[in-house]
Design a binder for this molecule. Structure first.
Ligand SMILES: Nc1ncnc2c1ncn2[C@@H]1O[C@H](COP(=O)(O)OP(=O)(O)OP(=O)(O)O)[C@@H](O)[C@H]1O
Length: 315
């Protein structure tokens, strides 16, 4: 099966600044790929290179097997995009705005109803966009990206600025697009929880470099489990815990006296938790809570962005 998006060493410099640094990413067919990174990490620049809107300083990008630099038009035909600036005409209706794009793309009129239906906006299509909420504009943007049923949808921060209802709606449309549209989705976000709820695959970009990539479930399963403890004397507890091969950190999420202990490969948390609990109690340390912390994208993200070097080099 052809990977829908594939880049090799994709790099973009702006003067002395390297915004995107040797990114090799792979988005499998039918994936909902969450492209994560904090503001300024290089997400938008990467997406613009995929769309052929800016040229890479080095490296290549392929969309459905087509090299963007060699055949920009053929690659562009395979992609629909929702970027941050919408560029809708406020005095035209939703339908009329879509019609502008439809004509440019040379598509039949029936496409408008189809895409409005996908984002459940047929009833509002006749209203002026100037009167739309931000959430509705965003959905119209998604509808426009779907014109012509491209095989890849590229969405830059699609939930940015939306209220909780708008976010929930957008999530509903993004979670199952392969079912709705047959498209592979690549969406960027700086919100871990958003990506965790929507994505099947993730890529994390940090300071221009791709520091983690893979299927979300597999990445989570491979993450070392973390035990969370809350005790009355965390300093003495930390000394006791040195007997085990754990990496310890402070964790005040559940209240004061919290410790997070990351297990090493091969350790099972039930066994370690029982041993630790016994040792702490023997030392007269009060244990308020001890248990496994659910594996999360946040844990993975922190690991790779704090280390700040690509996993491939760390491995
Ligand atoms: N046209 C440009 N000229 C100079 N520097 C730029 C240009 N575009 C982006 N940059 C720089 O490249 C880096 C990456 O920017 P980019 O917009 O790709 O980040 P991002 O991850 O999309 O962040 P955000 O979520 O804030 O959009 C930033 O440091 C930014 O200042």
């Amino acid at each position: 099966m052809v990977d829908m998006v594939q880049t090799q060493g994709l790099t973009r410099r702006f003067g002395a600044r390297t915004a995107v640094d040797g990114v090799s990413m792979t988005v499998p067919d039918q994936a909902v790929y969450g492209f994560l990174g904090r503001n300024g990490a290089g997400k938008t620049t990467t997406l613009k290179m995929l769309l052929g809107l800016i040229r890479p300083s080095a490296g290549t990008a392929r969309i459905g097997g087509v090299d963007v630099a060699r055949d920009r038009i053929a690659a562009a035909r395979k992609i629909g995009a929702l970027l941050e600036a919408h560029g809708f005409y406020g005095n035209l209706t939703g339908r009329e705005n879509l019609d502008v794009s439809r004509r440019l793309l040379g598509l039949p009129v029936s496409e408008i109803d189809r895409v409005l239906g996908v984002v459940e906006m047929r009833a509002d299509g006749g209203r002026r966009v100037g009167g739309y909420s931000l959430g509705m504009r965003q959905r119209l943007g998604l509808a426009r990206a779907m014109l012509g049923a491209p095989s890849v949808l590229v969405l830059d921060e699609p939930t940015n600025g939306l209220d909780p209802d708008g976010i929930a709606e957008m999530r509903r449309f993004l979670r199952d697009p392969p079912d709705r549209t047959g498209a592979t989705v690549l969406l960027s976000s700086h919100l871990l929880s958003e990506i965790e709820q929507i994505a099947t695959h993730v890529g994390v970009i940090h300071q221009g470099r791709l520091v983690l990539e893979g299927e979300l479930a597999a990445l989570k399963a491979a993450e070392a489990p973390v035990l969370h403890l809350r005790v009355d004397d965390p300093e003495r507890a930390a000394t006791v815990l040195r007997r085990w091969d754990l990496s310890l950190s402070k964790d005040e999420v559940g209240g004061e006296g919290g410790l997070a202990a990351r297990l090493s490969p091969g350790q099972t948390h039930d066994q370690v938790a029982a041993e630790i609990n016994r040792a702490l109690v023997e030392q007269g340390i009060g244990v308020f809570a001890i248990g496994a912390r659910e594996r999360s994208l946040e844990g993975l993200y922190r690991q790779v962005t704090e280390n700040a070097h690509p996993l491939s080099e760390a491995a």
